[in-house]
Write a protein that binds this ligand. Structure first.
Ligand SMILES: Nc1ncnc2c1ncn2[C@@H]1O[C@H](COP(=O)(O)OP(=O)(O)OP(=O)(O)O)[C@@H](O)[C@H]1O
Length: 349
């Protein structure tokens, strides 16, 4: 049975549905990340589950029980917000113990549990440190320990690493995943950063205008974005109109191969940058001018201009990367080409 179930959940503000008939299930021990542009309804979804936002329609069930009328503090869910909301005048230990005191734990029991939690989040012995003297990453860990303290059956994180710098975020996200795995915590997190969602989640849910645009494992969503909106949200820009006949699509870039079993007819087509290969002129399907190249650490991103057809983004190894102004030959790989489902292209925020 699912630990959390949303059943046609709807929230309206001023007549506009900010959550629009949302169905979602989160299994016990699962880590689900809700991803979407600003304003797509991610925080509203969390608030509705937490009991901080009443529903205008549908149901939220926790452990199979309808939560209608159940106040936030009786739902057994933990919430951690972006801005940590620690109590600045209290020390680390008092902050972490806050939720325990609310649950009536004794002093000794509290101290023992706080010690354990601070060890878990990588801040052993930090009980007496003033919160104001901690770095952003340390504050984040304290906020996490505080949210975990009452052992919530569901932990909800709203942009948990939003304010931290990139290196710290990348490290913490790995630590969080390990920690949740060890503890068997069920997690529903929201973020607008796909890297964070993909690194943290067992399953991602992409939201658009209050609705779920796609759900799947990070790999499924990355490999097969459901539509143009999801593809563009993930940062893919090589999307054009095409007509698929058999194993070939007619595109503004010429004929490109598509995977076996692709839907036939007029469609939107995604060519992932990895599917644009630089080849010698004799093998080229298309000739392009290199207009820009950006070093991305693991690869080089190239902007290619093929005559008057739409610009193409390609990815290649540093040692093979041509210079801006060079002419290159291009061939396409079916494995990195996706026939997208119908969906109107628009990414906000
Ligand atoms: N209390 C409210 N009253 C009126 N409108 C609201 C209220 N709360 C949220 N909204 C609107 O609902 C929409 C969704 O907001 P929500 O905060 O859920 O989006 P989000 O995806 O979490 O965005 P962000 O990533 O910017 O936090 C936005 O258009 C927002 O302005």
């Amino acid at each position: 049975m699912s630990l959390l179930e949303l059943d046609d959940a709807t929230v309206r503000f001023g007549g506009h549905a900010v959550l629009d008939d949302v169905d979602l299930e989160v299994a016990e021990h699962e880590i689900v990340c809700v991803l979407g542009p600003s304003g797509s309804g991610k925080s509203t979804l969390l608030r509705a589950v937490a009991g901080l936002q009443p529903l205008d329609g549908g149901r939220v069930l926790l452990g199979g029980a309808d939560q209608a009328g159940v106040p936030a503090h009786k739902r057994g869910v933990g919430l951690m917000f972006q801005d940590h909301q620690l109590f600045p005048q209290r020390d680390v230990g008092q902050n972490v113990a806050f939720g325990l005191r609310m649950h009536g734990a004794g002093k000794h029991e509290q101290a023992e549990h706080v010690r354990e939690l601070l060890g878990l989040v990588g801040l052993p012995g930090a009980e007496r440190r003033p919160v104001g003297a901690l770095s952003g990453g340390e504050q984040q860990r304290v906020a996490l320990a505080r949210a975990l303290a009452p052992s919530p059956r569901l932990l909800m994180l709203d942009e948990p690493l939003g304010q931290l710098d990139r290196t710290l975020r990348e490290r913490l996200v790995v630590e969080l995943r390990e920690l949740f795995g060890e503890l068997g915590t069920t997690v529903l997190a929201v973020t607008h950063d796909q890297g964070e969602a993909f690194a943290l989640a067992d399953r991602v849910v992409v939201m658009r205008d209050g609705r779920i645009a796609q759900t799947g494992t990070p790999l499924e969503v990355w490999q097969n974005p459901a539509d143009e909106f999801v593809a563009r949200f993930l940062g893919f820009d090589n999307v054009v109109e095409a007509t698929v006949t058999g194993a070939v699509a007619d595109t503004p870039w010429g004929k490109v191969p598509v995977p076996d079993g692709s839907e036939q007819g007029v469609c939107r087509l995604l060519v992932r940058p990895a599917g644009v290969r630089l080849v010698p002129a004799a093998e080229a399907q298309l000739t392009c001018a290199v207009t820009a190249r950006t070093f991305r650490g693991t690869h080089v991103a190239l902007h290619l201009q093929p005559g008057d057809a739409p610009r193409l983004e390609a990815a290649c190894a540093l040692r093979e990367a041509p210079e801006p102004g060079d002419e290159v030959g291009v061939a396409f790989d079916a494995a990195d080409i996706v026939v997208l489902g119908a969906g109107v292209a628009r990414v906000t925020g």
